[in-house]
Ligand binder design. Structure first.
Ligand code: C5P
Length: 219
């Protein structure tokens, strides 16, 4: 990595799944491995940035030279991010955040007796949308994992969340795998990248975002 395109920049990232408790031993989560987010954290570090990685539960080792903040729930991830967002130059939301949490989580382990329990769900905060709405906030990059209509759904998401750069991928290719095939969406249109390892995809994303960041600061 000869070019330190993010030298002097503070980059905040989220990665991995979140875990929303049902009771002290059970919860709702998803199959995100955290690999793409961790690869991006390393690529940002290698590009010279000071990196903070807010991570949901994963089996991955924290990248050397990256500050890792471990969280469990979406609310904890939101709070950890909002405490650091204003001081960051770039925010990259890679985490697969649970859309809902259990409102009536039990204090004690649920027993199998009587009628089946009903889980009451309430919506979690949208971390990316919250950061993107900050006045003078960081340059925001989002991810969109879709299972169909990739470009249309992802571009709609980019507009709705108000982010300048969105990385779209098919869940079928991305989740859990070491490889990924993504399309970068920005104001100029869509930029498909070839299928590559997540480390290579991360380097390509950093290159693209560094260029956009420089252009936005030059205005
Ligand atoms: O709406 P959807 O979950 O598909 O959007 C995906 C993007 O939004 C990802 O960048 C993800 O990290 C972010 N996100 C978030 N907080 C949520 C839900 C999604 O930051 N509660």
């Amino acid at each position: 990595f000869a070019d330190k395109t993010l030298a002097g920049k503070k980059v905040l990232l989220t990665a991995g799944p979140t875990f929303e408790p049902i009771d002290p031993v059970r919860g709702i989560t998803n199959i995100s491995s955290g690999k793409m987010g961790y690869a991006l954290a390393r690529a940002c570090r290698d590009a010279g940035a000071e990196v903070v990685l807010v991570s949901g539960p994963t089996a991955l080792a924290g990248p050397v030279g990256v500050e890792r903040v471990d969280v469990t729930t979406a609310q904890q991830m939101h709070d950890a991010v909002m405490a650091r967002a204003a001081a960051s130059d770039v925010f990259v939301a890679v985490a697969a955040v649970a859309d809902y949490r259990v409102a009536n989580a039990a204090e004690h382990k649920l027993k199998k007796q009587g009628a089946a329990p009903t889980l009451e769900l309430v919506e979690n905060p949208d971390i990316l949308a919250a950061v993107a709405a900050l006045p003078n906030g960081p340059f925001c990059v989002g991810f969109a994992a879709e299972s169909q209509h990739l470009i249309d759904f992802a571009e709609a998401k980019r507009q709705k969340k108000g982010v300048p750069l969105l990385v779209a991928n098919l869940v079928q290719t991305a989740m859990g795998s070491d490889a990924n095939e993504v399309v970068l969406l920005d104001d100029a249109g869509s930029h498909p990248l070839p299928i590559m390892t997540k480390d290579e995809v991360a380097v390509a994303i950093v290159r693209h975002l560094a260029r956009q960041l420089t252009a936005s600061q030059g205005q």
